[in-house]
Design a protein around this ligand. Sequence first.
Ligand code: 5GP
Ligand code: MN
Length: 345
Amino acid sequence: MRKSTSLLEKALQKAEKVVLVGHFNPDGDSVGSVVGAYHYLASRGILSTMVLPGDYPKSLSFLDTGRKGEGIVSYQQKPEQALRAIGSADTIICLDFNRFSRTEQLAGALGESKAFKILIDHHIAPEEKEFDIVISTIRTSSACELLFWTLMDLPDIAGKVERLPMACANALYVGMMTDTNNFSNSCLPSTFNMASLLIRRGVNKDRLQEKVMHCYSVPRTKLMGYLLSEKMIYLSDMKAACITLSNSEKRKYHFKPGDSEGFVNQPLSIKSVRISALFTENNDGQYVRVSLRSKGNMDVNRLAQRFFNGGGHKNAAGGRLFIPIEDVPQYFAESLRKYLSGDGR
Ligand code: 5GP
Ligand code: MN
């Protein structure tokens, strides 16, 4: 057993009030790792509370199957309950983010909490001083994959995938599947190994794919068509494309959380495009959410840090802008031009 895993085992043996936390704007990896950890702990008789900073896409709600009344607590819906859970925890496990600030309104409570804090994450440069145990690598597809191999290493599982609860197996598979965009990026040999073991465990990959990736409405598909045909701006000299999505367009197409999932990947299917950006006006119009993707050596993590108040991974990053959505294409073009000429790299 690796040193960090044996420290984790020791911490779990002492844990009584555990809280599992995911990041702001929760995605499949965030929900999958939180739910997966919940069901593993439950199988050891440790009850935990799942807390997310905000609501997550509806397509993932089938995973949210804690015992009665113990589903995911969203700060957006139940702020007091979320803060109370964090305040009274003796152990906090942070999943799929590398620093408290990625949990937005939960960050203060996490910082103040005296609980033992464990990080399980796959982002660059974790803020190590915020945690008591850091299990972190970028050499994995997803937080769910890292959690999977960590669990496989614990003494009660001891490499036997059939010992993982089915609800845990399903959640971890979904997180890995969504973070790799259905095995199209960040996949390592270990990722396929994980998939193979989970399928052997009984995961029905077709059912999960259907539930999570083929779950959209007619207006959502029309919105994607509209954005690609009317809104995509192709910057041929920089091998880049960007799309903006405003609140009035969202209303017109009955936009729901999760509907823009996958949009940013579309322009990358153009041979010459190396960078793709999606800019979405936040519901209350206070900021514009930024989503960046790239191919090969093009590093959008640094681009997001330098120009978009964010970060993430080399080929997938995000952030936010505080300018009107109409001004964003020009800002993107100017920023990218500066970046490609060496600013921020
Ligand atoms: P997405 O485009 O799917 O929202 O995010 C892609 C990646 O960038 C994810 O791994 C996510 O963790 C990271 N990311 C998204 N938004 C932010 C942000 O505001 N700050 C930082 N540091 N990372 C972000
Ligand atoms: Mn992730």
